[in-house]
Every structure is written in structure tokens, then in C-alpha cells.
Design a binder for this molecule. Structure first.
Ligand SMILES: [Zn+2]
Length: 157
């Protein structure tokens, strides 16, 4: 690694900046999640925001506010997943470990649990209550099972 490769035949200059599907996706940075295959997305279709755990941090809310208010998206899909690193160590514990190593304790207090379904529920609660977001009526959550490849709706129980 790492030389950039040309990812798509479509040149970005042929596309408008607002996503064609009026969709923003929040998911984990986990390298096993291939959103483009999962949702049959093409270049220009959706905004994709990724972080460790698909957590609704202040920067995620800022990005989603810009997505909706400046770039016309109206729907948010959040995808958590099984075997996520965020569930193996609590963010506060991780921040403490980094603090012990570096002498500076980061402020990484984020809503996360040790389970993808409950962490996703916390993320959905934060997004659905965020006044910065213009469209909060089409926010859905999904859990990807990285073993089976199955997506389960957060509303499935
Ligand atoms: Zn993850």
C-alpha cells in the first residue's frame, strides 16, 4: 500500500454534489463493511460518514446537519455491526489507557455499550433528538452480522 486506484468509471465532475438518493449513511469504520455492495450504491448516491462504532458524536451531527441543510439529504441510515471493536472496550476505559500512556486523557465520552443493538439504540436516540437535523422522520437503524452478512432492522426487536 498505498497508491490510490481509480475506484469508479464515472468521473466526479460528471456528478452533482447533493447525493442522488438524498441519503446519508452513518456506519463504523470497520474494514469488513462494504456499503457499496450492501446497498448497491454508486458514486454520487449517498453521503457516508464513518467512525469507530457508528456513534453519533458531535462531529457526526455536524456532518449530518451539513448533509441535510446544505446538500439536500433527507434520510439517515445507521449501520452498527456484530464483533465491533467499540464493544470490546468501553470508550472511557480506552481514553483512560491512552491517558496513562501519553499523560493526556482524551475526552472520548461517547454513548456506547457492549452490545451493537443497544449502542445503535443510543445512537438513534441522539440523532432523533438532535435539533440541528432538519429531517428526523426518516432515520433507521440496522445491525450487520459480519459472520452471516445479514442486516437486521433495529425495529425488529
Ligand atoms: Zn465497528
Amino acid at each position: 500500500m498505498t497508491e490510490p486506484v481509480k475506484p469508479h468509471a464515472t468521473h466526479p465532475s460528471e456528478l452533482d454534489a447533493p447525493p442522488k438518493l438524498k441519503l446519508a449513511i452513518l456506519t463504523c469504520m470497520d474494514a469488513r463493511i462494504n456499503l457499496w455492495d450492501l446497498f448497491h450504491l454508486g458514486l454520487g448516491d449517498a453521503h457516508v460518514i464513518r467512525n469507530a462504532g457508528a456513534i453519533a458524536t458531535p462531529d457526526v451531527i455536524r456532518s449530518l446537519a451539513a448533509s441535510q441543510r446544505l446538500l439536500e439529504t433527507e434520510e439517515i441510515v445507521v449501520i452498527a455491526h456484530t464483533d465491533c471493536g467499540i464493544h470490546r472496550i468501553a470508550p472511557t476505559e480506552f481514553a483512560k489507557q491512552v491517558g496513562e500512556e501519553t499523560g493526556t486523557v482524551p475526552d472520548w465520552t461517547v454513548p456506547a455499550t457492549d452490545d451493537p443493538h443497544s449502542t445503535l439504540a443510543l445512537t438513534l436516540d441522539v440523532l432523533r433528538a438532535a435539533p440541528e437535523l432538519k429531517h428526523r422522520d426518516k432515520i433507521t437503524g440496522w445491525v450487520l452480522d459480519v459472520e452471516s452478512g445479514e442486516l437486521t432492522s433495529a425495529d425488529a426487536g
